[in-house]
Design a protein around this ligand. Structure first.
Ligand code: KG4
Ligand code: ZN
Length: 375
């Protein structure tokens, strides 16, 4: 039987995306046109700049998505788009393209929830023998999101934790900038990770006192509660830098001090993520929800130090479940989908729409956006 072919559009934030995916889990094309360089000096996404860039880039993205998939528009069986949540004007670029195209082709249309699409991505990307089974947890950690999601089925999702202020990725970026690290090929967050790893061992004597006294203990915000906060970490680093004697007499901050701060930040960020993830598992356990898979995705998930901390935390959780006599404990699989499919893309939108197309559950061509939309 011929697989169902979906052409999907995504433009909820600052990436212009188009992709072609089939019901047999084949990603025929996945085009992402980034525009972060346009927004860097605004310190966030500038809405009207983003809207104009989407308008400029979307036609080319769709053209390329069809070309790379080696199909013509006549081969498209259904058109999907991100209905929300996101920046209204940005969403409208992808949704207008999708609706008009579907109407012109007289093909079915499906509007997709962006976060649900992120949560369902591992069902598209994982090898068949590692497919997560419902219910599973997704820790989505990027420049745009810091979320702990429980996916119970293709249509049931719950956000267990989100950030009270900024995303973990932005905190990595800000700290890397404060420490004056260079943008590497992989960006500021990865530059901070590399600095922590390769910055070298150093003589505590250089700091003039013990490391523990020199570098402040960075906080674990809202302990015991499901909720993230990362601005408290980067502001602690900022204060520590500003109060260092060299900042006051304007000589340069010693390398050893920067390195100690970078490591303290990365450890505190990892500690927060592992601690909230463990709380999420306990939340599920209290409700008799047996979670066997945890999917960790987004740009920050490529951090090897963090991956290691997450593994250790899960092992500890397993041990404590066993010793506390809980008979509910099942081994937990930690999955890291490829980063390019965890960051914003249209392949995940196509995949999240697939079950609706296959069930014949379509949206009308008049469907409206939902820039604010809970899961
Ligand atoms: O998911 P992503 O590529 O894109 C968006 O969020 O749009 O995430 C990018 C974020 C940036 O803040 C970047 O600094 C961070 O992920 N990041 C990292 C690492 N690689 C990327 N943070 C920490 N360690 C890394 N290795
Ligand atoms: Zn996203």
């Amino acid at each position: 039987e011929k697989p169902f072919t979906v052409l999907a559009f995504e433009s909820s934030a600052d990436d212009t995306c188009a992709a072609v995916v089939t019901s047999s889990r084949q990603i025929l094309s996945n085009i992402v046109v980034k525009q972060h360089v346009l927004h860097e000096h605004f310190g966030g996404i500038h809405p009207s700049v983003a809207i104009e860039a989407h308008q400029r880039n979307m036609p080319g993205a769709v053209r390329r998505a069809l070309e790379e998939a080696k199909i013509t528009v006549g081969d498209v069986d259904g058109v999907a788009f991100t209905r929300g949540p996101g920046i209204g004007g940005c969403l409208s670029v992808g949704s207008n393209a999708a609706k008009s195209l579907a109407a012109a082709l007289n093909k079915p249309l499906v509007g997709v929830h962006h976060m649900q699409a992120h949560a369902l991505t591992p069902l598209l990307t994982a090898p068949l023998n590692e497919l997560p089974t419902f219910p599973f947890l997704t820790l989505l950690i990027s420049g745009g999101h810091t979320l702990l999601l429980l996916a119970s089925s293709l249509t049931e999702f719950r956000i267990l934790a989100t950030t009270a202020d900024e995303s973990v990725g932005r905190a990595f970026d800000k700290v890397a900038r404060m420490l004056e690290l260079d943008w590497g090929k992989r960006g500021l967050g990865a530059a901070l990770e590399d600095f922590c790893r390769t910055g070298g061992d150093f003589d505590e004597g250089q700091l003039g006192r013990g490391l523990d006294d020199a570098v402040p203990q960075l906080p674990l915000p809202m302990p015991g509660q499901l909720g993230f906060s990362f601005s408290c970490l980067h502001s602690s680093v900022e204060r520590a830098l500003a109060s260092h004697p060299s900042s006051i007499n304007s000589s340069s901050v010693p390398h050893a001090y920067k390195l100690a701060l970078a490591r303290a930040f990365q450890s505190a960020a990892a500690r927060q993520l592992t601690s909230k993830l463990t709380l999420g598992l306990q939340w599920c356990e209290r409700r008799d929800i047996t979670v066997r898979d945890i999917v960790v995705s987004g740009g920050v998930a490529s951090n090897a130090f963090l991956r290691d901390r997450l593994r250790v935390a899960l092992d500890e959780y397993a041990t404590s479940s066993v010793t506390s006599g809980s008979d509910k404990y099942e081994p937990i699989q930690l999955l890291f989908p490829p980063v390019e499919l965890c960051t914003d893309n249209a392949a995940m939108i196509a995949w999240a729409s697939m079950h609706r197309f296959l069930e014949g559950d379509h949206d009308p061509y008049t469907i409206e956006l939902r820039s604010k939309w809970s899961v």
